[in-house]
Design a protein. Structure first.
Length: 144
């Protein structure tokens, strides 16, 4: 499985978690929910999810969810004309995952690669305007 496919799987999990929030649950139940969502998304994907791929997906999902308040703050400050709640769910979660990779992930990847991957996800899963929107927000976050 490629890193792009792993990001697609992580996006699907984040999207589902975004719309089926269990914030009142304790940390253990939240972790169980995350793993169940990842398992469900993996079952629908073609190809084998190896242990390294699984670890990467879990890192993206858990890292994004654990850093959500900080990530949402960065996105909100970069998107002056758009409230986070008004963004399309796909765009919001692609942007959240990319901001996690840009600002919070320990293993550093070239920012251009992360932004390009996010734009490609937006082209595949979003609307006609999603790729430009995601690119603009990530560019503004990167400059901060």
């Amino acid at each position: 499985m490629s890193r792009r496919q792993a990001r697609e799987l992580a996006l699907q999990a984040l999207f589902q978690l975004d719309f089926n929030q269990c914030q009142e649950a304790d940390e253990e139940k939240q972790q169980e929910a995350r793993l169940a969502v990842i398992d469900a998304a993996a079952a629908e994907m073609e190809g084998h999810l190896g242990s390294r791929d699984r670890q990467f997906v879990e890192e993206l999902v858990n890292g994004t969810m654990d850093s959500l308040p900080e990530i949402d703050g960065l996105i909100s400050s970069a998107s002056k004309d758009w409230k986070l709640s008004r963004m399309a769910g796909v765009d919001r979660n692609i942007t959240r995952m990319a901001v996690f990779e840009l600002k919070f992930r320990e293993e550093r990847v070239t920012p251009n690669i992360i932004i390009n991957e996010a734009v490609e996800l937006a082209k595949k899963f979003g609307t006609d305007d999603s790729s430009r929107f995601v690119n603009g927000i990530l560019g503004a976050v990167l400059r901060k």
